[in-house]
Design a protein around this ligand. Structure first.
Ligand code: G3P
Ligand code: CA
Length: 232
């Protein structure tokens, strides 16, 4: 089964930090996934939540702080004291880690709550600067963001993220010119998903941390699973 290291190697390292990505880069897994937001001064940073509260020693929204301000906070110590000193990474720093590796790089645009105007073009610039067009998959729960990205960079693969399923799924996916969807794993056996797979839609499933579920996804025709554990 193809495994995607979810938020880096997030079982053993603080999620979405450089150490988590450096360790994921050493793994023989298919890909890596991480989440991107925009700072007050339009810098692309890698973090899951809109706020820094859960994963750092600071408080507040990413969108309200400059990169320099965000860099004053610790993103490692709350996971374990030995990781104190980890700061919020930029997209540039993370792409730098994976530039020399074989991994598929899934960049999730976290524009589903705050739209971060211009984020798609900024991400496209980075992908181009690193010459990573062939290894990147762009995904988002905000499908308008996907459409905007496709306009800017039609040669890069995209995937529509779903938290729940929609009626006429296949038609919806075709309209977006996306070849793939990313869904919660427990929808893998739904007939709507099984039909989509039979009809050529690529399905990847999140978040699978259990060996048996990973095998089940493989049997169901799911192409890859996002995993924190990675060695499943
Ligand atoms: O991209 C798959 C998965 O990461 C989506 O959910 O909340 O972990 O970003 P979340
Ligand atoms: Ca994500």
């Amino acid at each position: 089964m193809n495994i995607v290291a979810h938020r880096g190697y997030s079982e053993n390292y603080p999620e979405n930090t450089l150490i988590a990505f450096q360790e994921a880069a050493k793994l023989d897994v298919w890909g890596v996934e991480f989440d991107v937001h925009l700072t007050k001064d339009n810098q692309l940073v890698v973090i899951h939540d809109e706020k820094i509260n859960r994963t750092s020693n600071g408080k507040g929204f990413v969108k309200d702080m400059t990169l320099q301000e965000l860099r004053t906070f610790d993103f490692g110590a709350s996971f374990a004291p030995e990781f104190a000193g980890q700061t919020i990474p930029t997209l540039t720093e993370v792409l730098n880690v994976f530039k020399p590796t074989h991994h598929i790089i899934n960049i999730e645009i976290k524009s589903d709550i705050f739209e971060y105007p211009g984020i798609e073009a900024l991400i496209a610039n980075e992908i181009h600067a690193f010459d990573l067009e062939k290894r990147v998959i762009i995904s988002s729960f905000n499908h308008e963001s996907i459409a905007r990205f496709q306009q800017i960079m039609p040669n890069v693969k995209t995937a529509l993220l779903f938290a729940s399923l929609v009626v006429n799924l296949e038609e919806y996916v075709k309209n977006f010119n996306s070849e793939a969807i990313h869904i919660p794993y427990y929808y893998g056996m739904r007939s709507i998903i099984q039909r989509a797979i039979k009809n050529g839609v690529i399905v990847r499933a999140y978040t699978v941390n259990d060996h048996k579920i990973a095998r089940q996804m493989e049997t169901l025709g799911v192409e890859a699973v996002f995993s924190d554990v990675v060695k499943i």
